[in-house]
Write a protein that binds this ligand. Structure first.
Ligand SMILES: Cc1cc2nc3c(=O)[nH]c(=O)nc-3n(C[C@H](O)[C@H](O)[C@H](O)COP(=O)(O)OP(=O)(O)OC[C@H]3O[C@@H](n4cnc5c(N)ncnc54)[C@H](O)[C@@H]3O)c2cc1C
Length: 492
């Protein structure tokens, strides 16, 4: 079916705007990277923002954009990093947040049919009133949308160790293809929308799995001195019969920053938060198992009040770090738990030789795979410190690929790595674009085009690292942000 009422001029559309304030707020993302990357090209700003509410309105926009060769950028909460939902060649940002209606809650087949711009937390609260919950959600659920997580792949978040990733939780979806065709698809047909950053079309609504509200939700928190032992314990835990709904690991600097300090008697360097959800009996049994595994790995249980604080903070924990530091660069990897330890060692080694700040946190996906996020807290006014943080992340990406991992979020900024290291994925994205979007209007540059060459970037970061080491040797480089005492004393 094609849109019946074609758009003749966007200025006539009551649900679109070219006000500069709307264009600005729909063009950035949580990292501020689009502005940083694109300001000199002056194409990072949307020309229009549209707020459609139906598939017909989206189809009319798509048809109009295809006819005039105007870029379309689908956008949910804009919480994704790497410029994924930001324009790179101007165009129309489709803000999907007004597409948030619940169409049906099917209590027998256990799914909710809902528009794809629904915000996770709001939807979950609405379902809770009827005795149901969403089994999975990203930790950005207070602001991000269903389709936003689907489009980045949605593999690690709350619920994923137990209920699988986004692809395991969507039964059916309605989509608008780039040429304006509206279709309902299911099964394998849906795969072209998972992890493809909206380059194959706009997701309008979906049937998302739900669960009856579980009887019990409880957890615990442990600290560890030794990362290898902690990760071994987690790998063992990930093989137990009942999986947690949430498993997070942080290091000392991360925990210290987001909590504004640590309990006075804390001796650990790494921190594990685990939460189980299910029947009271299953949860009690699982906690007993987890305790046993962690104690064998020399973990020390932390106060329950501290666990509860961390669990309550789960939705803001990633943003909290950004609030604590002037400028935050980060990279996130999709990697087996068993491959993480060497990367962490390398991170500390590089950070120490560059005298920069660094920390990590990880969240378990499923089957012992984790979303491992490395951060380089900095202040861009201290240019060498800031760029050295980015150089460290670049070196870790190279090492991560040698370890058999992949980048978790691809978006715009990481396309250069996909082209270099994930050539099969890069070819698949190119083929998808050719098939579904031959005019290249859907979210241009994302996944299929590199703005900068890998060689140039590699050279830039190598030179940066060399200069920074020289600076440190000449005693002119230092960490510009405070670091925890254990780091100052060289325990890490
Ligand atoms: C505090 C915080 C916590 C986070 N926690 C997690 C986490 O636990 N797990 C995780 O995986 N990520 C996490 N992230 C990253 C990010 O929030 C998620 O990936 C999130 O799901 C993105 O959703 P969004 O609605 O904000 O999408 P956006 O950022 O708006 O868009 C993401 C991508 O989806 C595309 N898109 C959006 N809507 C549609 C649509 N209707 N149809 C087609 N394509 C569309 C966009 O073009 C873009 O490429 C976190 C980020 C923050 C800031």
């Amino acid at each position: 079916m094609n849109a019946t009422e074609p758009i003749k001029d966007l200025a006539d559309v009551s649900w679109a705007s070219d006000l500069i304030v709307e264009r600005l707020s729909a063009s950035g993302d949580t990292t501020g990277i689009p502005y940083y990357h694109y300001r000199w090209k002056k194409k990072w700003l949307a020309d229009y923002v549209a707020w459609p509410q139906t598939s017909e309105e989206v189809a009319a926009l798509q048809t109009y954009a295809t006819k005039h060769g105007i870029p379309i950028i689908p956008r949910g909460g804009g919480t994704c990093y790497y410029g994924s939902a930001s324009p790179t060649r101007g165009g129309i940002v489709i803000d999907t947040k007004r597409m948030d209606k619940i169409i049906e809650v099917n209590k027998n087949e256990l799914w909710v049919h809902v528009q794809a711009g629904a915000v996770w937390e709001i939807l979950d609260n609405q379902l809770a009133k009827q005795g149901f919950n969403l089994p999975v959600a990203p930790q950005s659920r207070v602001a991000s949308t269903l389709a936003g997580w689907l489009a980045i792949g949605g593999k690690a978040g709350i619920g994923t160790p137990k209920y699988g990733s986004m692809i395991d939780n969507v039964v059916e979806m309605e989509v608008v293809r780039p040429d304006g065709t509206i279709e309902t698809i299911s099964g394998d047909e849906m795969s072209v929308f998972f992890g493809t950053s909206g380059i194959t079309g706009v997701v309008i609504s979906m049937k998302q799995k739900i669960i009856p509200t579980p009887e019990s939700t409880e957890g615990l928190m442990f600290s560890f001195q030794n990362l290898e032992k902690a990760l071994d314990a987690l790998t063992r835990l990930s093989k137990t019969k009942i999986q947690p709904i949430y498993l997070r690991v942080t290091d000392l600097e991360y925990e210290w920053r987001i909590q504004g300090g640590l309990p006075p008697d804390t001796t650990g360097l790494f921190f594990v938060v685990v939460t189980y959800r299910g029947t009271a009996e299953d949860v009690a049994e699982s906690l007993k198992t987890a305790r046993g595994i962690f104690e064998v790995a020399s973990g020390i249980e932390m106060l329950q009040s501290y666990y509860l604080k961390n669990w309550e903070d789960r939705d803001i924990v990633e943003m909290k770090l950004k609030l604590e530091v002037p400028t935050l660069s980060m990279q996130n990897f999709w990697i087996p738990l068993s491959h993480i330890e060497p990367l962490v060692r390398k991170m500390y080694k590089i950070a120490s030789s560059y005298k920069i700040n660094s920390c990590f946190y990880l969240v378990l996906g499923s089957a012992a795979m984790a979303r491992f996020c490395v951060f380089a807290p900095s202040d861009h006014r201290h240019w060498m410190h800031f760029m050295s943080g980015k150089a460290m992340l670049h070196r870790l990406v190279k090492m991560m690929y040698r370890q058999g991992g992949e980048l978790y979020t691809l978006g715009l900024q990481n396309t250069v790595y996909i082209k270099k290291y994930q050539s099969e994925d890069y070819k698949r994205f190119k083929d998808l674009r050719k098939k579904w979007d031959p005019k290249g209007i859907m979210n241009p540059d994302k996944l299929t085009n590199c703005i900068m060459s890998y060689t140039r970037m590699n050279l830039m970061f190598t030179m940066n690292g060399t200069f920074r080491r020289l600076q440190v040797t000449l005693r002119r480089g230092k960490n510009i942000l405070p670091i925890p005492v254990a780091y100052q004393e060289g325990h890490v």
